[in-house]
Ligand binder design. Structure first.
Ligand SMILES: Cc1cc2nc3c(=O)[nH]c(=O)nc-3n(C[C@H](O)[C@H](O)[C@H](O)COP(=O)(O)OP(=O)(O)OC[C@H]3O[C@@H](n4cnc5c(N)ncnc54)[C@H](O)[C@@H]3O)c2cc1C
Length: 409
């Protein structure tokens, strides 16, 4: 590794051009128009994860989220208008295209004259000059374009030889690098390492808003259901007690179970927890037993998916044991080995402890001029727009305060 010196000094450097970083850059530049602001991202384009959010439609917020007004007002100021909330309160850009959100941010950054450095991977962050200046080590990544038209994409170039680092300095630094969820979008947990190296407390991280994986015993029973989608109630059971319940579509896969309700369960899952599924939540156990016994329904197949019915018959070993059949429909127990990996996760549970930042500015309690935003913090909201709500809000708020105290601009 070789290091080249640079004289670049900024008022504010934002590491990460994702949801929180972009909101922060706009908010800072609007508040301090003369400031010399730089946004850096390791990707060859801004907001890669935003583009993938909400299946490409970007579920930007939720009417029930804490910061709905702040976030939607901010985007309205960028010329973005929204759908009416759906039955769960979810809100999307009216275009139902995530690119509307990302492009509106890019355009505003350009208008405000904020500098953007892409393909720039931050390697380390240090405090110099007794905590009034930060120094950042950067490595430029080389990408090449592959494919044509809609299939065009950037692929990391295979560069031989040693890595060259260069350095920049800044008065204020914003860590907006996300967490570890979605490494394919550039999030590898670097911000947590930077925060740790500056002495901040990190809460253990684990993938969340993701599928849950069967333990070995459950795998033998339930892998046969791969491809089945069933409506039902999911109970998360810890030490024999139901600690959380969700209702929705449960998707059985080869290795585990998925679906939005399972994603929300994964946000609370701990090692050793089990799932108990009720696949007929609108009916009581005796009512199901009576329907089967009195032949008022064409077998279990008339109540649950035919493949689930076949499995339940198999597990009970009889088609006439009406009470046990009814009991199992309402209490299918699934042992869980863990969550699926970071590549399937939409958010990171854990991260920089919330008490490390001031709640009204997101500035570090210990280091002046250091800000931690979005998913790098220990915040993991449920599916439905809550995570973008928090990330964007943290960026807007921090941007109003960065540089303020010292009147640097
Ligand atoms: C597939 C998917 C779908 C989702 N859909 C939704 C949704 O519809 N609604 C919702 O509310 N939430 C959704 N989320 C969650 C939401 O996108 C994130 O919580 C949110 O984007 C976090 O914002 P952030 O600014 O903290 O981090 P990110 O948006 O993750 O941005 C971090 C940026 O930092 C860059 N970076 C990281 N390390 C470095 C480094 N060392 N040097 C330079 N750059 C670096 C990354 O490249 C990245 O661009 C989804 C997540 C995924 C993965």
């Amino acid at each position: 590794m070789s290091i080249s010196e640079s004289d670049d000094i900024y008022d504010c450097v934002i590491i990460g051009g994702g949801a929180s970083g972009l909101a922060c850059a706009i908010s800072t530049a609007r508040t301090y128009p003369k400031a010399n602001i730089l946004v850096m991202d390791r990707n060859p384009e801004l907001g890669r994860k935003i583009l993938a959010s909400g299946n490409g439609k970007c579920n930007i917020d939720n009417v029930n989220a804490m910061h709905f007004e702040d976030v939607t007002t901010f985007f309205k100021s960028l010329g973005v208008i929204f759908t009416e909330p759906d039955s769960d309160g979810r809100v999307y850009p009216l275009s139902r295209q995530a690119s509307t959100i990302r492009d509106a941010c890019s355009k505003e950054l350009q208008r405000l004259g904020v500098k953007i450095k892409l393909c720039a991977e931050v390697k380390a962050v240090r405090i110099v000059d007794s905590s009034t200046t930060y120094e950042i080590d950067i490595h430029d990544i080389a990408y090449i374009k592959k494919g044509k038209g809609e299939k065009e994409r950037f692929v990391k170039a295979d560069v031989q030889g040693e890595e060259t680092l260069y350095q920049i300095r800044t008065q204020a630094i914003v860590i907006a690098t996300g967490g570890k969820a979605g490494p394919q979008f550039g999030c590898l947990g670097d911000g947590l390492d930077f925060a740790k190296s500056l002495g901040l407390e990190i809460i253990h991280t684990q993938p969340a808003l993701c599928p849950l994986i069967y333990d070995d015993r459950s795998y033998n029973n339930y892998e046969k259901l791969a491809g089945v989608r069933a409506m039902g109630q999911v109970n998360l059971v810890r030490d024999g007690h139901v600690i959380y319940t969700e209702f929705g579509e449960i998707q059985f896969t080869k290795s585990g179970i998925s679906g939005i309700c399972i994603f929300n369960v994964s946000n609370r899952y701990q090692q050793g927890d089990k799932l108990v599924l009720d696949l007929a939540p609108s009916m009581t156990e005796p009512a199901i037993g009576a329907l089967l016994k009195d032949k008022k329904v064409a077998g279990l197949e008339g109540i649950v998916h035919a493949r689930v019915a076949a499995l339940i018959y198999d597990m009970i070993g009889s088609k006439k044991a009406y009470e046990p059949l009814a009991k199992l429909v309402k209490s299918i127990t699934i042992g869980i080995k863990g969550t699926s990996g970071w590549g399937d996760a939409q958010v990171t549970r854990g991260g920089v402890q919330m008490s490390e930042v001031l709640s009204d500015t997101f500035e570090s309690v210990h280091h002046k001029g250091l800000y931690i935003l979005g998913e790098t913090l220990d915040y993991a909201g449920d599916s439905g727009g809550y995570n973008l709500d928090f990330a964007i809000y943290s960026g807007i708020v921090a941007g109003c305060h960065i540089l303020k105290k010292d009147n640097k601009c």
